[in-house]
Design a protein around this ligand. Structure first.
Ligand code: AMP
Length: 379
């Protein structure tokens, strides 16, 4: 059910990577960063030549073992900024050829916490991409909504990187199926969102299970209020603060328009009209509730649109299937709720339509950031 990295990579880097299999002629901006050769190779494979702002600023201190408080959003390249140091840590341990007894559960070296299943899968894919030349790299994902069996199997063996949503992770820790004694690096991705979803006590519990000697990296759109307080609990006092703005903050590539509608019927007619225009490559339509998402998707399907709904009420298999349909372009329109749309990274989404308004300004920023990606224009 997992998507393969290739489908995304083709969309993003096909044009760059295809013609020359040899080393890139352009000077590689990553060369200045002290990463293992196999990681540099994976970056070259991905067609990356220049670190993004957050990568340029976070990777080196992370490699030096510093705790980090990073404010940045999706689209900034933040995933690589923690995955690369994480993988370097895994390689360093390998080099010191630490002995491992068969049959003992050691648990992961790196733990990444994410608010949603989708984001966890996204991070796992990035880990596979950047870790593709790390021999025998063991990555597992533990998220809610999928059967326990496969997850338990993945956790029984030796593990390098574990990517998890807090709720399900706690189940495994409490049942004794997973130990966190060997976690040397803890990453909290989209910490503000995790707190919005009520995970604060779960995060505290998990952090308590991990040795104090760990390195902690916290990523969040904001460090105001509770997130800031949690950061001061979890991070060492000499943690480095890094604030970056990305195109999802500045919206350079995103044009925003406001359409007035007389009533609900008019709004629906307007939506149908917008979706019918040729400029729409793929569109993401937001509703406020799961019920509205299903209802609207049904309605648009009746009108002949290639459409599906995506929300947290759907089983994980179905959600993966829908996202796959979007990537493979079988679907042109996705009707989604905020939670489900988190972490969607499909560069061909040309339009984001706020059919139901978001409850928070921050949700709006996240919504519109699903378009205008990978240097494209979005509306
Ligand atoms: P993220 O903010 O981590 O979700 O990354 C946003 C997108 O940027 C992803 O599709 C990455 O594959 C891509 N990306 C990350 N780092 C780079 C880079 N240095 N050069 C080009 N693309 C990148």
């Amino acid at each position: 059910e997992m998507f393969t990295e290739n489908q995304i990579e083709q969309d993003h880097q096909g044009a760059v990577a295809a013609p020359t299999p040899a080393a890139p002629a352009v000077p590689n901006g990553f060369a200045a960063i002290a990463l293992h050769a196999v990681l540099h190779r994976a970056l070259a494979d991905a067609g990356y030549t220049t670190p993004t702002d957050v990568q340029a600023r976070a990777i080196t201190p992370a490699l030096a073992g510093r705790d980090l408080r990073v404010s940045s959003s999706t689209g900034s390249g933040k995933t690589a900024s923690f995955v690369l140091p994480a993988l370097q840590g895994v390689l360093d341990v390998r080099a010191s050829s630490e002995r491992r007894e068969r049959g003992t559960v050691y648990g992961p070296r790196v733990l990444v916490l994410t608010p949603t299943r989708e984001l966890a899968i996204q991070v796992a894919k990035a880990t596979d991409t950047y870790g593709r030349h790390v021999q025998g790299l063991r990555v597992a994902t533990v998220v809610g909504g999928v059967p326990y069996g496969a997850q338990l199997k993945a956790m029984r063996g030796p593990l390098d990187v574990l990517i998890a949503t807090p709720g399900r992770l706690i189940d495994h820790v409490k049942s004794g199926k997973l130990v966190l004694d060997n976690v040397a690096m803890l990453v909290l991705d989209e910490a503000d969102r995790m707190l919005d979803m009520g995970f604060i006590d779960d995060i505290r519990f998990i952090a308590e299970c991990i040795p104090k000697t760990r390195q902690t990296m916290m990523y969040s759109a904001t460090f105001a209020g509770n997130v800031g307080r949690l950061a001061s609990e979890l991070l060492k006092s000499d943690a480095q603060t890094i604030a970056v703005t990305s195109h999802t903050d500045t919206h350079e590539h995103i044009e925003q328009r406001l359409h007035w509608a007389d009533d609900n019927k008019h709004k629906q007619a307007l939506l149908d009209h917008l979706l019918t225009t040729r400029e729409v490559d793929q569109a993401l339509v937001f509703t406020s509730t799961q019920r509205d998402a299903d209802w609207l998707a049904d309605r648009l399907a009746d009108m002949g649109h290639a459409v599906a709904s995506l929300h947290g009420g759907l089983p994980q298999g179905r959600r993966n299937h829908v996202l796959q349909g979007l990537r493979s372009r079988k679907l042109r329109v996705l009707v989604a709720t905020d939670v489900a749309a988190r972490g969607i990274d499909v560069p061909t989404i040309s339009h984001v339509i706020n059919f139901g308004l978001p409850m928070k300004a921050e949700a709006y920023v996240h919504r519109i950031g699903r378009t205008g990606r990978a240097g494209r224009q979005g509306l």
